[in-house]
Design a binder for this molecule. Sequence first.
Ligand code: DOR
Length: 440
Amino acid sequence: MSSPDLLIRGAQIILANGDLIVGNVLVRDRHIVEVGTEITCTQPTTEIDAEGLTLLPGVIDPQVHFREPGLEHKEDLFTATCACAKGGVTSFLEMPNTRPPTTNQQALDDKLQRAANKCLVNYGFFIGATKDNLPDLLTAAPTPGIKIFMGSMHGQLLLEQEEILEAIFAQGNRLIAVHAEDQQRINQRRQEFAGMIENVAVHSQIQDNLAALLATQKALKLSQKYQRRLHILHMSTAEEAQLLRQYKPTWVTAEVTPQHLFLDISAYEKIGTLAQMNPPLRSPEDNKALWQALHDGIVDFIATDHAPHTLEEKAQPYPHSPSGMPGVETSLPLMLTAAMEGRCTLAQVVKWMSTAVAQAYGIPNKGVIAPGYDADLVLVDLRAYRRVCREELLTKCGWSPFEGWNLTGWPVYTIVGGQIVYEKGKLHTQVRGQALTFKQ
Ligand code: DOR
């Protein structure tokens, strides 16, 4: 038996062309069937009165670390996707640095199985490159692409050897997503700073702008040589933005995190190791260059790099404190608050957090509010401001680098495949997302 239709009535809707209308959206069997000012319902219908609220396509977060399997004390697929539902994130792409890492079909299948059982939103999982899993990289499916850690990693997922990188770029044609930090440069800087590591702020000096630039240059060169689809994850520096500004082949995309747009190195004084991530926070000038790059289409979209660690782990003194911050609950309000402050438009937020992500990864039928598209939607309130507070967070790690920030655009309803998964502070935990597919 199919479920009743869902009618979202009287919302401010952001259409595919960026226009805003006040109207209605009718959802039937997971899909949007009508968008308009006049909709006649012919079947039993559940209604949402959305007067005063704004309807956006659900956020597709293309870089998260959800820790399952193996690191569930930090997060798991259930807690992470409860946080997603609350944050308006209706789909995510997860990284392979779990235990075991996702480096073959078996590990990928295991994650897909776990996700089918536990995820409240839609899911996809990257396959991680090692020095000897090229056959897996060519065949494992479904996956949004191959993840290469060029630096800032240890164990089998760290790939810095040029010949191995080249072999991966040379074979196959699926998307390669790189964590671009040059490990040699980082090692050398660690030695230079030995004995001076009394403060976490040094993290941004050790893993400096040059470390990021060198790796991005290397990845770009290989991508050009083989015309290989390349995505630069969490781009963090003005220098990389400048590099792409000079030459960005059509088959290259880049993303930025809210942390690299809204936080800078002064955050270390306020929140210490909670501000530690890889690539590290940069200067206000870098923030500015990244905003400009987003506006100019040099950076294509936004990812949170949600990377939870417990407060106990974060309390260890640097360099023993782990890198990473959670993000799925705050990314949309942060960007919508920026839109309300005039730093960008609502249509740009939709493009950067949904439409462009679906396009870049070839995820069919997502990221747009139009008939025929999947009913992955979020209704936000742009009138009320509320502070980020630790007690309300659903991520298992229980903290945010943005605690105390006064934000608007908090989700009121989140809808996944036509089902309401989050409603005015309450989760519907029986809702399950689906495995994403990728047409590349
Ligand atoms: O800060 C980070 N933490 N950057 C990464 O690339 C990995 C992540 C993690 O898994 O903790």
